[in-house]
Design a protein around this ligand. Sequence first.
Ligand SMILES: [Cu+2]
Length: 155
Amino acid sequence: MRLAPLLAVLLLAACSPGKPPSYSSAGIAVADPFSRPAPAEGTGAGFFSVTNNNTGPDVLVAVESPVAAKVQIHETSTANGMMRMAELKDGVPFKAGQTVVFQPGGKHVMFIGLTRPLKAGDRIPATLVFRNAGRAPIELVVRGGGMPGMTGHDH
Ligand SMILES: [Cu+2]
């Protein structure tokens, strides 16, 4: 019977103030959503890991946020020593039960034309829009320094 230790761990996690937030709605779980500081009218990025806990496949078709004029789903890749970003116009497919990690150097959300500065400690509202599961609202915590490797990229 492993239930008691598991409960203790869950309670501990829930009470720990430093724990990164996680969200779950419509069968979609989002862990540790975060962003980096960025100036108003600049470009910000969002990272998290997303799990499709539903029984069928799904597609993350869009991300919405009031903090930017435009929000796109991007993927960074390196070819011949050059780093480039491309918009994933068809979204990000998920199998049932699959977790996809959005992280620096890989898939990320791009906040283009920030309507306000993103400062460390801020929480940015955003909504992940899935083809089947629908809308999953989250908040990204702004933390850390600037975004090395993100400057100089033309959007
Ligand atoms: Cu990008």
